[in-house]
Write a protein that binds this ligand. Structure first.
Ligand code: AMP
Length: 440
């Protein structure tokens, strides 16, 4: 299938061609035609699948271009609002809009905290019609009367599950309450992406979306297929020296390392720098300026290692990132998929290596069930791992624990494949539209 058959305008097709996109990704094939028709959708949002273009391209086509500059209070009115959980993701979506919208008069503004409102207010006032924002910052602008949502016709919630995990539900509801459900005869176009569909997401979807069509991209199509996933068993206390050895000996030039805590991220950076490996960290304690600077230095290959916590790294798009390392397994098993999805993006191959110590072996089993594969193990001279010898009693205990782990992991896998929580909603919606597909 080509972009041409998706009914996008010639000017947008030309831009896409210039960006080197040859054919649409699966999510783009499925969502673009529906969104061009103005249908609400609820879609899975795995990383690296081309999700951003899947909602940005039809949005650019559907929004009316502004011929005349706005005057007076009209200047604070925007036409489309995109909410995302982190500043990094906001900036990234904003940058993609700018890249895709070169042939349109549409103008995007990125709204996020950590900097003064002033420059953002100026951009809104001087003609931005699309706002990409974190929830807290758009509320600040509403309070400051420097944004007016009464004319918003398209609303997109990206990574909705993450926004809810981060406790933003009240913000989201307050923001949506400011946006009319209809302007004249035209109903609001509402779109929601989420990696998982727990009941709280379905509740939000039911109140926010109108007769939505659900799109779930077959797991086979996920970019994780492009990722070679490996593990390295290692003693916990040896992890940092193993990391240094691996990076140095293999001459890896771009490595994204995940750690679970800010403190751990700082320690890793310190130790790598001590070993003359240029590294920086991005996490919640870093200022916006520091985070952007570290990310840019990494993208431009001025530093070879970026150490990130899960929240800071969410949605980060680094073209051709070859290596992701899990210094430790994530606190939530689902985040394993998000982490390794940083590499192997847009059909490039990548490698994801997890450093596993004794206490993580049970969790590794859960993750292997979740991704439905057993991960190959590699070893490094000098870091050979000798598993503890279990006595019979311990083995019995571990079989029992294993069963309970397997049970827990199956529950997670079921949740991920979204089979457990929306049957009734599916029936209701599928009656209304023959094109409705129900996957969960
Ligand atoms: P996303 O999942 O939106 O973060 O996109 C991941 C990466 O894929 C980004 O670098 C996009 O520029 C790129 N991309 C998006 N759509 C396509 C496409 N149809 N062909 C090739 N690359 C794409």
């Amino acid at each position: 299938m080509s972009f041409q058959s998706l009914m996008l305008s010639q000017k947008l097709q030309d831009t896409i061609k210039q960006l080197g996109y040859i054919e649409p990704t699966q999510i783009q094939k499925e969502s673009i035609p529906l969104l061009l028709e103005g249908k609400d959708i609820l879609a899975t949002s795995q990383t690296g699948t081309g999700k951003t273009a899947s909602f940005v391209l039809p949005m650019l086509e559907n929004l009316e271009e502004r011929d005349e500059p706005q005057k007076g209070d009209e200047r604070y009115k925007i036409d489309a609002l995109i909410l995302a959980p982190t500043r990094e993701l906001v900036l990234q979506i904003h940058e993609k809009i700018e890249a895709y919208a070169t042939e349109f008069s549409h103008k995007s503004v990125a709204l996020y905290g950590g900097i003064k409102l002033g420059s953002q207010v100026k951009e809104i006032r001087t003609g931005a019609n699309i706002a990409v924002s974190t929830t807290a910052r758009v509320r600040e602008h509403i309070k400051n009367r420097s944004i007016n949502l009464s004319n918003v016709k398209i609303v997109i919630l990206d990574e909705a599950d993450k926004m809810l995990d981060m406790g933003f539900i009240d913000d989201i509801r307050a923001i949506i309450a400011q946006i009319p459900k209809k302007i004249g005869e035209k109903k609001r176009h509402s779109i929601m992406f989420s990696a998982t569909f727990p009941p709280k997401i379905m509740k939000l979807a039911n109140s926010f979306l109108d007769n939505p069509i659900t799109i779930e991209i077959d797991k086979e199509n996920l970019s994780t297929k492009q990722v070679k996933q490996l593990i390295h068993l290692v003693k916990e206390e040896d992890k940092i020296s193993l990391l240094t050895t691996l990076i140095r000996n293999s001459r890896w030039h771009q490595v994204l390392i995940f750690s679970n805590t800010k403190i751990q991220a700082n320690i890793i950076v310190q130790k790598l720098n001590d070993a003359s490996i240029k590294a920086q960290a991005i996490h919640g304690d870093k200022s916006q300026g520091q985070r952007v600077e570290a990310l840019n230095a990494f993208k431009e290959q001025k530093i070879s290692v970026l150490v990130a916590t899960d929240v800071a790294a969410r949605g980060i798009d680094i073209i051709n990132l070859p290596h992701v390392i899990n210094f430790e397994l994530p606190l939530k098993n689902e985040d394993y998929i998000h982490r390794i999805g940083r590499t192997g993006r847009a059909k490039q191959n990548g490698q994801a290596l997890s450093l596993i110590c004794e206490k993580e072996k049970e969790q590794l089993k859960e993750i292997e069930i979740l991704i439905n594969q057993t991960l190959d193990s590699i070893s490094t001279e000098g870091f050979e791992y000798k598993p503890k010898i279990n006595n019979e009693k311990k083995q019995k205990k571990s079989t029992k624990e294993e069963k309970s782990t397997l049970k827990k992991a199956k529950e997670i896998a079921e949740r991920i494949s979204k089979k457990d929580n929306s049957d009734s909603n599916q029936k209701k919606n599928s009656k209304k539209s023959p094109r409705n597909r129900r996957y969960f």
